[in-house]
Design a protein. Sequence first.
Length: 266
Amino acid sequence: MTHAPIDDLTVCYTTFNSMRTLPESLEAARSLSNHIVVVDSGSTDGTIELCQSHGIEPTHRNWTTMVEQRSFAMSLCGETPWTLLLDSDETVLDELALNIRQALAVATAQDTGFQVNRIVWLDGRALRHTFQPEWRLRLVRHGAAVIKGDNSGGHDRIEVANGRVHKIQGGLKHDSWANVSEMLARDAFLGARTGRAARRGGRIGNLAFNPAWSFFKQLILKRAFLDGWRGWAAATGVAAYTLCKHVTIMEQRGLERECPESDNAD
């Protein structure tokens, strides 16, 4: 059954060389709304042309931080009372789309946000247990939300100060890696970046225990093993992230001890 687009909703993206995942995401977004905002930071892979083929003219903004980029994009969404903020590797699946329609149809003035459950995909299949559940606030009333960031400057979260926040059932597909090699490389990069901004950890005990605990948490407590080899691989990626984080902290602490500020004083 085909549904008409939701007049009260704007779908908001930040993009950069997003052609691997954006076509599927944008197709789903177009079925939800005719109001789509794209803020791009300099794509050269066809992302701009794809948006234009859908009648969307992206707004260019040089990349600074995730918080600033998404905040700027959200500021352009005032044409409608509701904003759905998506990454370019996230796709609204059919059940979630239907439930978004139903939720907005009965929303009151006291309702200011809706969380959706993000489901990671790896090598073409969903991880039904790994990382689950992963609730993210993504559907917000315009003007009621702010973007917050972490110390590393890479991750962000959406918050609303007032009003009611509900959960909407259905999956938000998160196709963040093309394959395991890309996943491991990304986890190593993110772990090192987080480590450079961290102030705690980096001890021998952290290196020996924390990666193993991260692996155990996903594999056993989250039951990632039920996702087959993909679950084992994803749990390994989490362990790699944790290991790289604490190795980076250890490196920084070691260098500080070898070259204390007092040695550099005039």
